[in-house]
Design a protein around this ligand. Structure first.
Ligand code: SIN
Length: 532
C-alpha cells in the first residue's frame, strides 16, 4: 500500500508530537509510532525541563552550566538558542494544559535542582514530568484533523532515492504494519526522525523497550552524517531490585538533598567532587562504578531519610509509591541504586533548524547530535531541546510540504520466508547488550573495544543474512538497529584516544586538546575527528 502525506514524522515523543502539531498548520501530517502513541522515552522522563524562569537566574548561567558539562564539545551558538527558547516552551505547554508544580513562595512554578546545575531551574510535574507533557501533546494531536497517527507501525528503512538512481534525498519510509506483517510505502515531501534514543543497546538501561536507536540506525544506513556516538550517558541512579525493570530514581532526589552512601554509610561523593552528590552525571556514574568495583558491592544507596516524610511523599509520589511496591520505604531506609544507560548524546548531525545532510530528511531530539550536549548532557536539557528544535524545524519546513511526490518503488519482500528460528534474534540481542555493557560501558579500554568490534562485526554478518532471508518482524528490525548503533558507538569510541565527558578509557585517562572535536561517522567509512 502507498500512503502519502506532506510531512512524515517517525516517533511520538515530545519532539515528534510538538513538530506534528506545528507542521499540521501547513499541510497533512502522518505520525508513525512503534507501539501506542504515549509509549516514548518522554513518557518516562521524571526530572523535568530546564528553563530560566527565576529572576535570579539568567540565560548566561544556564548556558554556562550546559557548556561546562559538555566538556568543550557543546556549540555555544546552539546552547544559546536552546536556553533562550526555554521560557516560551514552558509557557506553550502551560497553555496546552500542562500542570507543573506551583511555587510555594510566589505565583510562579516550583523549580528544582539537578546535577551540574548551579541554580534551581528545573520545571517539573511532581516526578512524572514527561508523562504530563506527553499527555497534553497526545490530547492536542488527537484533536488535530490534519494529523493521522499510525500506532503499532515501525519504520523499516528510509526511502533514500540515490539507491534507485535518483538524488541523495529522502522521500519517506518503508513501514511495517505489525499486525498484518505487511510493509507499506509512506511517501512524503518532508521526513522527520523523532525516534529518540537507544538505551536498549546496553544490558541495563533506564529506557523503555522502544528505545532501540531506530532513527539513528536508519539515517546511518541511508548515508547521513552521524556524530559523537561514543558519548552515551549513564544515569547514576536506577532502582536496584530483582523485580524492577528500568525504574529511574530521579536526580531531583539529590537536588532535594539526597546523599549517596555505601552500605557502611560512607557518603563517598564528598571524596570525589566539590559538588558532591550534585556533580555532573558522568562523574557520579563513574564514581559509583568505581566504588562498586572497589568494594565488590552490587549497588550503592541513595539516602533521603533525613528529609521530612510528608515532603518526600508529596514531592516524589511516583518514586515513593513504586519503591513501596518493592518493599522499600524511602522515608525510612536508603534506596538501593545502580547506574544504567540513559541517554544518547551523539546522533544524526543537524543544523540549527533540524536539517540533516540529506535532502528531505530532518531530525529532532535524542536521535540528533545538534551541538547542545557535547560530550555530556546537562540534566533536564533534553525535553527542552526537543521542544525548541521541534518548533524551529517546523518553521524551517513550513514551505516544503508542497510540490510533487517522488516516484519511489514499492517494498519488495523478494523470496523472504517467515522465520522458523526466532532464537537467532533473541540470542544476538542478548549478546550485543551484554558485551556493550561489559566492554563499551562506563569504563572502556582499547582491548575491550577491540573485543567488542570483533563481536559486532560477526553478529552483523549473521543479522544481515537473516534479514535478507526472512520476512521482517519488529524484533528483527530492532535487532538490526541496535547492531548498527553498537557498531557506531564502538567505532567512535575507538577513535577517541582521550577521556572526555561520558567517554572514559583507562588507556587514555585524561582529556587532550587536539581531541576537542566531534567524532564524525558515515556508513562504510571509518570515523574521523573534525570541527563542524
Ligand atoms: C532524572 O530525573 O534524573 C532524569 C532527568 C534527565 O535525564 O534529564
Amino acid at each position: 500500500m502507498r500512503i502519502t502525506s506532506d510531512y512524515l514524522v517517525l516517533g511520538s515523543g515530545v519532539s515528534g508530537l510538538t513538530y506534528a502539531l506545528e507542521a499540521s498548520k501547513h499541510g497533512s501530517v502522518i505520525v508513525v509510532t512503534k507501539r501506542a502513541i504515549a509509549e516514548s522515552n518522554t513518557n518516562y522522563a521524571q526530572g523535568g525541563v530546564a528553563a530560566v524562569m527565576d529572576p535570579d537566574d539568567s540565560f548566561e548561567d544556564h548556558a554556562a552550566d550546559t557548556l561546562r558539562v559538555g566538556y568543550g564539545l557543546s556549540k555555544p551558538d546552539i546552547v544559546q538558542l536552546v536556553v533562550e527558547g526555554g521560557p516560551s516552551a514552558i509557557q506553550e505547554l502551560v497553555e496546552r494544559g500542562a500542570s507543573f508544580d506551583p511555587s510555594e513562595e510566589d505565583d510562579g512554578l516550583d523549580l528544582t535542582r539537578e546535577g551540574g546545575h548551579n541554580k534551581r531551574r528545573v520545571v517539573h510535574a511532581g516526578d512524572i514530568t514527561g508523562r504530563e507533557i506527553q499527555r497534553v501533546l497526545v490530547e492536542a494531536v488527537r484533536q488535530t484533523p490534519n494529523i493521522t497517527v499510525y500506532e503499532d507501525h515501525m519504520a523499516v528503512d528510509l526511502i533514500e532515492l540515490s539507491k534507485y538512481g535518483g538524488p541523495h534525498q529522502v522521500a519517506g519510509a518503508y513501514v511495517l504494519e505489525e499486525a498484518k506483517g505487511e510493509v507499506h510505502t509512506f511517501v512524503s515531501r518532508v521526513t522527520v526522525l523523532a525516534t529518540g534514543g537507544a538505551g536498549k543497546v546496553y544490558l541495563y538501561t533506564s529506557n523503555p523497550d522502544v528505545a532501540t536507536g531506530d532513527g539513528v540506525a536508519m539515517a546511518y544506513r541511508a548515508g547521513a552524517l552521524i556524530a559523537n556516538m561514543e558519548f552515551f550517558q549513564f544515569h547514576p541512579t536506577c532502582l536496584y531490585h530483582p523485580k524492577a525493570k528500568s525504574f529511574l530514581i530521579s536526580e531531583a532526589l539529590r537536588g532535594e538533598g539526597g546523599i549517596l552512601r555505601l552500605a557502611n554509610g560512607d557518603a563517598f561523593m564528598a571524596r570525589h567532587h566539590e559538588m558532591k552528590d550534585l556533580a555532573p552525571r558522568d562523574v557520579v556514574a563513574r564514581t559509583i562504578d568505581y566504588e562498586m568495583k572497589r568494594t565488590g558491592a552490587d549497588c550503592v544507596y541513595l539516602d533521603m531519610t533525613h528529609e521530612d516524610a510528608d515532603f518526600l511523599a508529596k514531592r516524589f509520589p511516583n518514586i515513593h509509591a513504586q519503591c513501596l511496591e518493592y518493599g522499600i520505604d524511602m522515608t525510612k531506609e536508603p534506596i538501593p541504586v545502580v547506574p544504567a544507560a540513559h541517554y544518547m548524546c551523539g546522533g544524526v548531525v543537524v543544523d540549527s533548524n533540524g536539517k540533516t545532510k540529506i535532502e528531505g530528511l530532518y531530525a529532532i531530539g535524542e536521535v540528533t547530535c545538534s551541538g547542545l550536549h557535547g560530550a555530556n548532557r546537562l540534566a533536564s536539557n533534553s525535553l527542552l531541546e526537543g521542544l525548541v528544535y521541534a518548533k524551529r524545524t517546523a518553521a524551517a519546513t513550513r514551505n516544503l510540504g508542497q510540490g510533487r511526490f517522488a516516484d519511489v518503488p514499492e517494498w519488495d519482500s523478494g523470496s523472504a520466508a517467515a522465520s522458523d528460528e526466532a532464537v537467532v534474534v533473541t540470542q544476538n540481542w542478548d549478546e550485543i547488550r551484554r558485551f556493550m555493557w561489559n566492554y563499551v560501558g562506563i569504563v572502556r579500554s582499547d582491548r575491550r573495544l577491540r573485543r567488542a568490534a570483533r563481536r559486532v562485526a560477526l553478529l552483523k554478518d549473521e543479522i544481515r543474512e537473516y534479514y535478507w532471508e526472512h520476512l521482517v518482524t519488529r524484533d528483527l528490525l530492532e535487532l538490526r538497529n541496535i547492531a548498527d548503533v553498537a557498531e557506531m558507538i564502538i567505532a567512535c569510541a575507538s577513535t577517541r584516544h582521550e577521556s572526555r565527558g561520558l567517554h572514559y578509557t583507562i588507556d587514555y585517562p585524561e582529556p587532550r586538546e587536539d581531541y576537542a572535536k566531534d567524532t564524525l561517522i558515515v556508513h562504510g567509512e571509518p570515523p574521523h575527528l573534525s570541527g563542524r
